[in-house]
Design a protein around this ligand. Sequence first.
Ligand code: ADP
Ligand code: MG
Length: 231
Amino acid sequence: MDSAPCLQIQALSKQYAGPQGRRVLDGLDLQLAAGEYVAIMGASGSGKSTLLNVLGGLLRADSGTIRLEGVPMHNLDDAGLTRLRRRRIGFVFQAFHLLPHLSACMNIALPLQLDGVPRGQALARARALLEQVALGERADALPGELSGGEVQRVAVARALAHEPALVLADEPTGNLDHGIGLRVLTLLREQLGSRGGSGLLVTHSLEAARTADRILVLQDGRLQPWEGQTG
Ligand code: ADP
Ligand code: MG
């Protein structure tokens, strides 16, 4: 039996206010199967972050429909959108800093606790996730005591902690050494795959994009298959 698609976007449009406000998203369509992991490339300013912010419920589109696991996000009010984001979406953003005064473990456990998971259970889940990203022994370290790659592995673990249906990653390894960045992305992919979650990865790097199931390019407000996609 086919499972329902994770994400269905139809005719999504977004224009920023202002004199040169062009349509950044212009009738964009996308369907993401459950468990599918897709990379989005595109020139700087083509609207990649705008798309992810709309999908993450951080920004409203002007028109179009977005269904996450069948739920029409475009019809939700702010409270509903916040709840959906907290429960069903995970973020791995380059500038998504960990809280500096909390250990790696607490950075993962705290959002779970805020969502009602009892403290002991949240801590146990955080430790298990850190084991899975090979940071079990660094669970009590503060973010400032971790390397850039380790910080991003904590961010991956945190994004996955609440078992989201969809993980959104916006240039998550842009500030990392190339090889370390690829290792973090491979880890994200493996961890998502083992949970059946779907992912959207925005990246500048073709090599990074190749860690995904398919590659799309955002151009003129719409997504198209990447032309070089044969090998
Ligand atoms: P990308 O992530 O692909 O580099 P963005 O989604 O950040 O692109 O931006 C797309 C376009 O929208 C750019 O031309 C940018 O200048 C413009 N833009 C982004 N955010 C805003 C904003 N808050 N207000 C006005 N224009 C914006
Ligand atoms: Mg961007």
